[in-house]
Design a protein around this ligand. Structure first.
Ligand code: 5GP
Ligand code: ZN
Length: 115
């Protein structure tokens, strides 16, 4: 599925809901989390709708690698100098709230509000 009309992140990708974007390319969009845990808290999402890591297959290897490699560049661009955390929540036991695959990337000086 390329877009789910009920999905909040598909709506952000389509520009139907505003977001503070930090990066966009053919494959992904990155934007600031609306309720940040850390001084810098971004989400990197595939533009195509993939519900979660459960739905990822071999055809997504390059996409996931791109998200991981991009995360370091974006943290550097955003001035994060002292390390950062990646979090990917999957499914209900993984406490995933938005069913569109996303990578949280969090950094900046401690203390953080969560995590
Ligand atoms: P999850 O628990 O699914 O891994 O995390 C979803 C994240 O998406 C949460 O950190 C939440 O703050 C963020 N989020 C939910 N809705 C919106 C939104 O409309 N805009 C932005 N920028 N972030 C959102
Ligand atoms: Zn979606």
């Amino acid at each position: 599925m390329s877009a789910d009309p009920n999905c909040i992140f598909c709506k952000i990708v389509a520009g139907q809901i505003p977001a503070k974007k930090v990066h966009e390319d053919e494959q992904v969009l990155a934007f600031h989390d609306i309720q940040p845990w850390a001084p810098v808290h971004i989400l990197i999402v595939p533009k195509r709708h993939i519900a979660s890591m459960v739905d990822v297959g071999a055809e997504h290897q390059a996409l996931l690698g791109h998200m991981m490699v991009l995360s370091g560049k974006l943290m550097k661009d955003l001035g994060v100098r002292n390390g950062y955390r990646h979090v990917v929540n999957t499914g209900s036991d993984g406490r995933q709230e938005v069913p569109h695959l996303h990578m949280h990337v969090m950094g900046g000086p401690r203390p953080w509000s969560k995590g």
